[in-house]
Ligand binder design. Structure first.
Ligand SMILES: [Zn+2]
Length: 492
């Protein structure tokens, strides 16, 4: 049966076919069916979907659409339920802006693969995209950059509250929750450009027109910043009913903090051992505020300082050996985790680096970790080098289907069977009106893979990226100096 993600169990009763339409399915409540699960029975007695909740009925109907793609339905019983409760996809709308209409189309397509979280990356160094009434300059100033790496073409756009509500509503109709992300304390240049008092020095800066890692982070010693974080969360929490809220935490350089008297004072007053703990202190402030609103915060794994509230959810992306070891230890200590490993589930990677096969083959449960601590799976699409919807689709599809299979289906390694079912997925992409990479492009031969890698490298490596690497090196050097035994007296 051609369904992605692969259902838990399919029993074919006979070669008979029936002229049923998914729209005609009879819905029958059955409390024994697990959450989000369904039992689809297509037989001589009609088309029936049994479920214990509305999501289950919805997914049963989606499966009926796949089964009935040729115009009739087989004689079959499908018993199905998801492996993970959190099945996400992320689109970065900060580096490049995508209209509400463009987003709705991708949300609709993702729903056909039974994904249930749209992670909306709304803020970054290169653009602030969410209207916040209390801080109008965030969108007046922060949603506009004059150029991208010197190309002279402005990039602008933001979502009004009505826009965001529309996305939430449309997604909810497809049983998709929308997870907003406000990335802090790093990746905040657009906010600092809008309100210079958010930074350590108060100096005016521009919204960034290059990528990589920038140093204009939120000042961790400034009361205005803590107030800002809570106010932004409050306004967004009103729009996004989802029980989770992403507060970023990744790639925050310490260069400004090291030279800031207010940051050093905050460390002294709170007996914080280092800048990691200072970041943890700030994340905890946001997490505690979210908790008051009945929400759980999500933090990227490189932002999970040792003092971060253990109830925060970790999103695993940084995918080197040391990070994995640390993440597994944290999971063993009880931290719930969303798995988005860079090398397998980052869909902005060229196909030469992360072919479809690699997405498919990555088990979301790391060795040594308890599957119960894996809340779910998410693929991420960062858009530094994705400036239009066609490119977005090319990167997303068909890899999103492989990640959806990992998020929903029981672990299996039958790639050939997956590829057979993928043919039906291409029909779904066409029906939804999205573009994609063909199977040959998605699993390129070695030469095509090399070409895609070289193209990507040429695109990424510009002088601004070299500057970013130098900043990271300097950051590491300054921290090493501060915490070397020789400088013991000079700490803080
Ligand atoms: Zn500071």
């Amino acid at each position: 049966m051609n369904i992605i993600p692969k259902p838990h169990k399919i029993k074919t009763l006979s070669p008979a076919r029936f002229a049923y339409s998914p729209e005609d399915a009879e819905k029958i409540y059955d409390p024994t069916v697990p959450a989000e699960g369904y039992r689809l029975v297509s037989s001589g007695e009609g088309l029936k979907i049994f479920a214990s909740d509305d999501a289950g009925f919805f997914y049963g109907k989606i499966s009926a659409e796949w089964l009935g793609a040729d115009g009739d339905m087989p004689d079959v019983i499908v018993s199905d339920a998801p492996r993970f409760a959190y099945r996400g996809f992320m689109i970065d709308c900060a580096r490049h802006f995508f209209s509400v209409e463009e987003l709705l189309k991708r949300i609709d397509t993702a729903s056909k693969f039974k994904l249930n979280v749209f992670h909306w990356h709304l803020t970054d160094d290169q653009g602030w995209r969410a209207e916040i009434e209390r801080y109008p300059r965030l969108t007046e100033i922060g949603s506009y950059r004059t150029s991208t790496r010197g190309d002279g073409k402005p990039v602008k756009g933001f979502y009004t509250k009505a826009d965001m509500r529309r996305v939430v509503e449309y997604a909810a109709e497809r049983f998709i929750n929308v997870l907003p992300e406000v990335d802090l304390p790093g990746h905040m240049s657009a906010a600092v450009a809008s309100y210079p008092q958010l930074g350590c020095t108060g100096a005016e800066i521009a919204v960034k027109d290059s990528f990589g890692i920038h140093e204009d982070v939120l000042c961790a010693g400034n009361d205005f910043v803590y107030e800002f974080i809570c106010n932004v969360i409050d306004e967004l929490a009103e729009i996004f009913p989802f029980g989770y809220f992403h507060i970023g935490g990744d790639e925050a350089l310490r260069l400004k903090w090291l030279d800031c008297e207010k940051c050093r004072e905050k460390m002294r007053l709170n007996a914080l051992a280092d800048e990691d703990e200072l970041q943890g202190y700030m994340m905890n402030h946001a997490l505690a505020h979210l908790k008051k609103l009945g929400k759980r915060g999500i933090v990227w794994n490189d932002g999970m300082a040792s003092n971060v509230d253990p109830e925060a959810v970790m999103q695993y992306w940084k995918d080197d050996g040391a990070s994995l070891k640390k993440a597994v230890a944290r999971m063993r200590g009880g931290t719930d985790t969303v798995m988005s490993p860079f090398f397998a589930y980052y869909l902005d990677n060229p196909y030469g680096m992360t072919p479809l096969k690699k997405c498919f083959r990555r088990n979301p449960v790391p060795k040594g970790a308890d599957e119960k601590k894996v809340l779910g799976v998410e693929c991420a699409l960062w858009t530094e080098y994705v400036d239009n919807a066609d490119k977005l689709d090319y990167q997303l599809f068909p890899r999103l289907a492989a990640v959806a299979e990992r998020a929903w289906s029981a672990w299996h390694t039958d790639y050939r069977a997956f590829k057979r079912r993928l043919r039906a997925a291409y029909n779904i992409f066409d029906k939804c009106g999205v573009k994609y990479a063909t199977m040959n492009k998605a699993d390129p031969n070695p030469i095509a893979a090399l070409v895609s890698l070289i193209r990507f490298a040429l695109n990424v490596m510009d002088p601004s990226m070299k500057e970013s690497l130098l900043r990271q090196k300097l950051n590491a050097k300054r921290l090493k100096e501060k915490y070397s035994p020789v400088n013991e007296r000079d700490r803080i």
